[in-house]
Design a protein around this ligand. Structure first.
Ligand code: FES
Length: 136
């Protein structure tokens, strides 16, 4: 956490959430600058190790943002990612880390405003957790 802004890693699918983030920028919508986007060909590439490694390397929160259900270009990638996020949440809880610091979103390429909104909401959630008002 730097300058009272949480460090957030967002694993984004190239086809949807990354494009939505790009659209948000094109639309001049503001979303927190503390979000570092890692572009992936599909969220199906995300596994629990990648998520946990992000936390080990200092992330305060991790977002996984993929295509809407039924729209994954690799058919089941986003559903596999959801299962892995659920599993990683369980591991975080077992390690004594607040599992709310990890979240999966489904955002279509055309939903730039939704990407900006979810980014703001997640940043606020992580800031609250890290400020100590909730279990870290
Ligand atoms: Fe977007 Fe699979 S191609 S989540």
């Amino acid at each position: 956490m730097k300058n009272n802004q949480p460090d957030i890693i967002a694993f984004c699918c190239h086809y949807c959430a990354f494009t939505a983030a790009d659209l948000a920028g094109t639309m001049r919508l503001q979303y927190p600058a503390n979000i570092r986007i890692v572009r992936l060909p599909c969220t199906g590439r995300v596994d629990a190790n990648m998520i946990l490694q992000a936390f080990v390397e200092g992330a305060d929160g991790v977002m996984v943002a993929g295509c809407e259900e039924g729209s994954c270009h690799f058919i089941l990638g986003n559903l596999r990612a959801l299962k892995r996020v659920t599993y990683a949440k369980k591991l975080l809880t077992e390690a004594g880390v607040n599992s709310e610091r990890l979240e999966m979103y489904h955002i279509a390429a055309s939903q730039g405003p939704l990407f900006a909104q979810k980014s703001k909401e997640f940043t606020e959630r992580i800031a609250n957790i890290m400020s100590g008002s909730a279990n870290k």
